[in-house]
Design a binder for this molecule. Structure first.
Ligand SMILES: *Cc1c(COP(=O)(O)O)cnc(C)c1O
Length: 376
C-alpha cells in the first residue's frame, strides 16, 4: 500500500533531542528554539518568529493580537482547515466566509471586497497547497479599510509571491502576522508544531508576553526588566526544547527536502498533463505571481462521482488518494451562524479535489502506473 503521507526523518532528530536532554534545559525558549527562530528570521526576513506548539496556537495568538472580539467580523475562506476560522471564533468574532476563485482554491480578493463592512477587522488569506494568494490585492483592501491581515501560511514554507513591483517576497512575510505549521503532514515537521511570524513591529512586545502565559518573562531573561510578572492575557504557547530540537534537524535539511518534493511534483505534472486534457480534470493552478513549494499535488474532477470513482480505483491498486476540506460555511458547527450565502467554488473544490501521495521517500512511478491504468 502506498499511503498518502509518510513523515520523513533526516536521521539527526534523535541526536539533537539527546543533546537537548543532556543540556539539562528541556522547557521552552532554549537554544534549539532560538536556532529555529533565527533560521526563519535570517532566511526569509521575517521580523520576529516565535515557535508554538501548533499552527492552530499561532493563529490563536494572532487572533488575540489583532484584538478582535464580539461584534467584529473576520473574513476567512470557507475552503480551509478549521483552525483558520476557529482561532477567531474563540475570541468571539463572527466569521464571514469567502469563496475561492473558480480555478484555484485560494480566496478571491474581488469577493473579499464585497464582504467588507464597518465591523470587519481582519482578513485571513490561506495559501492553499503553498501557492500564494494575490497578496497585493489583499493588502490593498486591508490598507484602504484599515484591516489586519493574518496569513495562514501553514502549508506555505519556502514559497514566494511576486508583487506588482516585481519584488519576490516569502509567504509569511507580507501580512501583519502569519502562522506556519510543522504538523507531520507538512513539508517540514516536528510531529505537532508551529510558528507565529510577527511582521508588524507594533505587535512584537505583546506577542512575546502572550506566548509566555501573559508574563514579561522574555524581557526579564534579556535583562530588560528586573522582575517578571503577570501583565496581560496569554497561554502556554511555546513548545519544549525537545520539539525544537527535532525541528532543527529538519530545517538543516530544508533545501534537500524541498528539492526532492519538487522533483516528485514535477514528475506528476509531466506525466498527468496528457491525461488531464483527455479526461477533463484540472491540475494544480500556479498563478504567474506564485511559486510552487511542492506541498501538495491535486487533481480537480468535474464532479463528485468522478472523484469517488478515482479514489476507489486507486485504492483497488493500493494507492491511497484523499480528498480535502469540507466547506466550513456548511459545517455542523458553523452552518447556523453563517449568513446563508452560497459559495459555489468552495463547494466544488470540497466535492471534486483529490490529493495524490507526496512525501520524501515516495517513488512516484508506482503512483503513476496506477493512475495511468485508472485514467486511460
Ligand atoms: C495544517 C493546517 C493548519 C493547522 O496546523 P496545526 O499545526 O496542525 O495546528 C491550519 N491551517 C491550514 C491551512 C493547514 O493546512
Amino acid at each position: 500500500m502506498v499511503n498518502f503521507n509518510k513523515p520523513y526523518l533526516t536521521g539527526l532528530e534523535t541526536d539533537y533531542i539527546k543533546r537537548a536532554v543532556r543540556s539539562g534545559k528541556i522547557s521552552g525558549n532554549g537554544l534549539f528554539t532560538k536556532k529555529c527562530q533565527q533560521f526563519f528570521e535570517e532566511r526569509y526576513g521575517f521580523r520576529k518568529c516565535l515557535l508554538t506548539t501548533s499552527c492552530t496556537d499561532a493563529l490563536e495568538m494572532a487572533a488575540i493580537l489583532t484584538g478582535v472580539g464580539s461584534g467584529d467580523e473576520v473574513i476567512v475562506p470557507s475552503y480551509t482547515f478549521v483552525s483558520s476560522a476557529l482561532a477567531f471564533v474563540r475570541q468571539g468574532a463572527k466569521i464571514v466566509f469567502c469563496d475561492s476563485y473558480r480555478d484555484n482554491p485560494n480566496i478571491d480578493p474581488t469577493e473579499i471586497e464585497r464582504l467588507v463592512t464597518p465591523r470587519t477587522k481582519v482578513i485571513v488569506p490561506v495559501h492553499y497547497a503553498g501557492v500564494a494568494c494575490d497578496m497585493d490585492a489583499i493588502m490593498d483592501i486591508a490598507n484602504r479599510y484599515n484591516l489586519f491581515v493574518v496569513e495562514d501560511a501553514a502549508q506555505a514554507i519556502d514559497s514566494f509571491y511576486t508583487g506588482r513591483d516585481g519584488v519576490r517576497r516569502p509567504l509569511g512575510s507580507i501580512g501583519h502576522l502569519a502562522a506556519f505549521s510543522f504538523h507531520e503532514t507538512k513539508n517540514i515537521i516536528s510531529g505537532e508544531g508551529g510558528m507565529l511570524v510577527v511582521n508588524d513591529p507594533r505587535f512584537i512586545r505583546r506577542a512575546e508576553i502572550i506566548w509566555e502565559k501573559g508574563t514579561n518573562r522574555a524581557e526579564f531573561f534579556r535583562g530588560e526588566v528586573n522582575k517578571y510578572g503577570w501583565v496581560d492575557t496569554g497561554s502556554s504557547f511555546l513548545p519544549s526544547e525537545i520539539v525544537a530540537a527535532f525541528l532543527w534537524a529538519q530545517l538543516e535539511n530544508l533545501n534537500e527536502i524541498q528539492a526532492k518534493r519538487r522533483s516528485i511534483w514535477e514528475f506528476y505534472r509531466e506525466h498527468l498533463s496528457p491525461f488531464a486534457a483527455r479526461r477533463s480534470f484540472a491540475l494544480p493552478d500556479i498563478p504567474i505571481y506564485a511559486t510552487n513549494n511542492a506541498h501538495m499535488f491535486y487533481l480537480v474532477f468535474s464532479d463528485l462521482a468522478q472523484r469517488s470513482d478515482f479514489i476507489a480505483a486507486m485504492k483497488a491498486r493500493d494507492v491511497q488518494c484523499v480528498f480535502h476540506y469540507l466547506s466550513l460555511h456548511s459545517s455542523p458547527f458553523y452552518a447556523d451562524k453563517h449568513d446563508g450565502r452560497t459559495l459555489p467554488n468552495c463547494d466544488r473544490f470540497a466535492n471534486c479535489l483529490v490529493r495524490l501521495p507526496l512525501f520524501y521517500e515516495l517513488d512516484p512511478e508506482i503512483v503513476m502506473r496506477a493512475a495511468s491504468e485508472v485514467l486511460s
